[in-house]
Structures are given as structure tokens and as C-alpha cells.
Design a protein around this ligand. Sequence first.
Ligand SMILES: O=C(O)CCC(=O)C(=O)O
Ligand SMILES: [Fe+2]
Length: 300
Amino acid sequence: MGKRSVPVIDMQDVSGLAEKIVRACEEWGCFRLVNHGVPMELMAEMKGATRSLMDLPMETKLKNSHPEPGKGYTPPNMASPYFEGLSVYDMTSPGAFDHFCSQIDASPHQREVLEKYGFALHDLAQLLGSKLMEGLGLSGELFKGWPCQLKMNKYNYSPETVGLTGAVMHSDPGFLTILQDDEIVNGLEAVDTITGELVPVDPIPGTLVVNVGDVATVWSNGRFCNVKHRVQCYEPTIRTSIALFVLGPKDEKVEAPPQLVDSDHPRRYIPFDFEDYRKLRTKTNSPTGGALKYFLTQSS
Ligand SMILES: O=C(O)CCC(=O)C(=O)O
Ligand SMILES: [Fe+2]
């Protein structure tokens, strides 16, 4: 049998859409969205803005600093020497785009594109949240008021890096990520949870990839899969991607809603604070979600 590949979900095909999304979260934790409603022109403008911002001098990019690790500019480092990323954290907080753009002196046009794209992706994330609730038979609003991080990624590949790793194997710590991957340069790979095999998630221009993270595994009481993924270098060229991370609740704990817990499905994880979890992930060097084990309940 050939390798399976991640599900492709057409959002214009509304019949059974919520159930399809839930199933993809359960079976893969990774899927591609087509007809997602984000205008192609806006996606292209955002790629353009990302490329030009990434071309700024290092001293300018370093001004996108944040007191907490991972929430500002990530320069190339020992673990990921070819990767760098600029971040708008938290993009939902008032003035976030103004602050980011003043840090790195972005143009009014770049600022407009970033904000428009950020909010379009945020709207799509809210829609996915409501589809997840619907598909699980729950009511209420998922992700309401949750911090989100908009991250622009650049992989500086060269002939010397072909065959090497651009982003090490990891799961995303938050609930879900909507990724505009490079429309030409491949390299994203996800682990098939059933076979354990790494499968390529090759580009399909105009589409978006969703990666389900650690918070979703806890929130779904173990039903959703926090997909392990990495980015390899296959071509000596620049690779660019843009991620919107929907992280976790700010003032509440990460926990499964009571409707997803019953005697057949006892609570798998002790509720925790997202930022505490993020710190524990770093401290225990658990990039693929291994630190979730510290929160397993007796019954799991
Ligand atoms: O660049 C990509 O395609 C994936 C990036 C990623 O996995 C991440 O930023 O968490
Ligand atoms: Fe990721």
C-alpha cells in the first residue's frame, strides 16, 4: 500500500463539513483546506509582505523582541540554523499590529496587508472553531478571547543544506495552526498516526494547512491528534511560510468540556494553564508534546 496523504477538505462543500473536520482532527491532526474563503490576492500580498520584511537587516528584525522566548523574532539558532521567524504576539490584542510595525519600521502598505491577513485568518480560525463545536454536538464559542500569534517564517536553504532539516520534528503547543505554506517549495512532512510514517504535505497553491496542537488533544479529552511535523530542505532555495497559531485560553485552564467526559471516556488530563504548559515543554525539552504526560489522570 502506498503512503496515505493528509485529508483535503473543501469548505464550499457544506454537507457534512463539521463532521469531516472533526474526523480529520481525530485521524490525522493535519489537513488541507481548499475554498477556505481567504482571498487569493490577500494571500499573495501577505507572502510578498513576508518576503520583504524577512529581507530587512538583522539589526532591524532583532527589534521585533519580546520578553518571553518564541513570541518575538527568532533568529537562526543552533537547533534551527536555517530558520528565522518574525512574530506578531498577540495579534488579537489592541495595537498589536501598530506595535509590531513600529518595531521593525514596516511601511503603511505592509501594515495594512498584515492586519487584513491576520484578521482574515482569525475569522477562518473562529469558523473552524464553530465547525468543531458543531461536529462534536457542543454549543458555545470556541477560541473566544484566546491569544493568537501571527508568525512569518523563512528557511534560508542553500546547496549545503539539501537533505538537512529546516524545522525539527515538533507538535504545535496551542490548539491549532493555520499555515500558508510555500506555494512552490516543498519540505513540510507530517507523521501518519496510524502507520507512524512521515508523509509529505506537498504544496497546493491557494490552499491552507491546518495543524492540530497539544491543547486540542487535551480539550478533546484525547480524541484529537497533535500532529508531529517537520520541515526538510530538498531544494537550495528560500522557503517562506506564514502561520496563525490559535494558542490557548488566557484566563481559564485548558480542559475538556464536561460534555466530552463520561464514564466511557473518563477525563484524560488534569486541567492546566497554557503558559505553564508552554514553559514545561521548553524546560523538559519536549517539542512533540511529551510533557502532556505530566498531566495524565489516574484513569488514563
Ligand atoms: O513552515 C512550515 O511549513 C511549517 C512551520 C511550522 O510547523 C510552525 O511554524 O510551527
Ligand atoms: Fe508547526
